[in-house]
Design a binder for this molecule. Structure first.
Ligand SMILES: Cc1ncc(COP(=O)(O)O)c(C=O)c1O
Length: 364
């Protein structure tokens, strides 16, 4: 089937671009001597997770227990859940999933750690726990410094928990456009990570896993060499926001746009304006509207839940008519993916496969 024969709106993956992105991250991390554990919150797909593991990733990260459950059921081994799993019901689910694959979890709270320890003991299981440290995000995580060492010792003392390492991640600096500024921000965060690490090591505990980082900070994380595992997510797809950031020694990041929304023109109410069938329910808006792929001089604005409005920037006639189809670049890949059930995988102008977005909506 030809891509342009697909019903719209629909999410497309350019299979060759995806594979090249996966290979590039593999080569970059291999050259830097660092392992990587890509964040599956971006693609939510067991097929893509398996491709990343085939390309040398040590496992994957999941944002939520619900994502990890689906990945585990699909046979994806060695998962790190990068947000804390809180409460008996969720810990029960975690331990159940742990029966089939290796799963580690982050924690930043003593009561939560004690509950993880008690329930793992009751279940007769061993659970790896990573202490989350706030290295600048101002979200979860103990403050950088001695508190992480205290929690690490509590974990170590519990017979069914293993202290596995430290996580520090800063989402808000990933898309700082200026590469030098982003590098400086990365260094500041990694200094906090290093200070925390020193506190933990003072207790005599070893810290096998030092995990964090995203696509934007990855060149600087690799250069510094402190993190043992990079959690890069968006590099598989990229989006218009990430595509605009600077990269050291180059004009653009070394990853290609492999994700698009194919949208169809449903109305041309005036020569200077066409209406397409992708609106707020088909393209996320948290990073602004999507942009039109490959052509300049046309703008997209949201026209409501189901519609987008496209105009020429010079006010001239839009060269599309009702029934035409065009590709949009999402402004934020993660939140756009979460709006769809499936990817249509394309090569050139042919549809070659359909992949489920397995963990779509698995936010619990
Ligand atoms: C904890 C954590 N690690 C890694 C990532 C991946 O970051 P990026 O998509 O910028 O590569 C995210 C994304 O939100 C995250 O929350």
């Amino acid at each position: 089937m030809k891509t342009l024969e697909l019903d719209t709106p629909v999410l497309l993956i350019d299979s060759d671009a995806l594979d090249r992105n996966i290979a590039r991250m593999k080569d970059m991390t291999a050259a830097a001597g660092v392992t990587y554990r890509p964040h599956a919150k971006t693609h939510k797909s067991a097929v893509i997770a398996a491709k990343q593991i085939d390309a040398g990733a040590v496992g994957v990260c999941c944002a939520k227990l619900g994502e990890a459950e689906v990945m585990a059921a699909a046979g994806i081994d060695n998962i790190l859940i990068t947000t804390a799993v809180i409460g008996e019901s969720k810990i029960f689910r975690l331990l159940h999933a742990l029966n089939s694959v290796r799963i580690a979890v982050v924690a930043d709270n003593e009561d939560n750690i004690n509950m993880l320890g008690r329930m793992a003991q009751l279940a007769g299981q061993q659970l790896d726990v990573i202490v989350e440290v706030d290295i600048g995000q101002g979200r979860c995580g103990v403050p950088a410094g001695p508190e992480a060492a205290r929690l690490a010792q509590i974990i170590d003392a519990l017979p069914n928990l293993n202290f596995a390492g430290i996580q520090g991640y800063q989402g808000k600096i990933q898309m700082v456009e200026d590469a030098d500024m982003r590098k400086a921000d990365t260094e500041t965060g990694l200094d906090k990570f290093a200070a925390t690490l020193a506190e933990v090591e003072k207790t005599g505990l070893s810290v096998p896993v030092k995990t964090g980082g995203g696509t934007g900070t990855s060149p600087f994380d690799m250069e510094r060499g402190l993190l043992t595992e990079l959690q890069t997510g968006s590099y598989v797809f990229m989006d218009s926001r990430y595509g605009g950031i600077g990269w050291p020694g180059a004009n653009a990041p070394p990853f290609e746009q492999s994700l698009h929304i194919l949208t169809g023109v449903v109305s041309k109410p005036a020569p200077d304006r066409v209406i397409v069938d992708a609106g707020l329910k088909s393209a996320s808006s948290d990073h602004g509207p999507p942009v039109i792929a490959d052509v300049d001089g046309r703008t997209y604005e949201f026209g409501g839940d189901e519609h987008g409005i496209i105009r020429m920037t010079d006010g001239g006639e839009v060269p599309w008519n009702v029934g035409d189809k065009l590709r949009l670049v999402p402004s934020h890949c993660d939140t756009t993916v979460n709006l769809y059930d499936q990817y249509m995988v394309v090569q050139g102008d042919e549809v070659i496969d359909v992949w489920q977005i397995d963990t779509r909506g698995r936010v619990q």
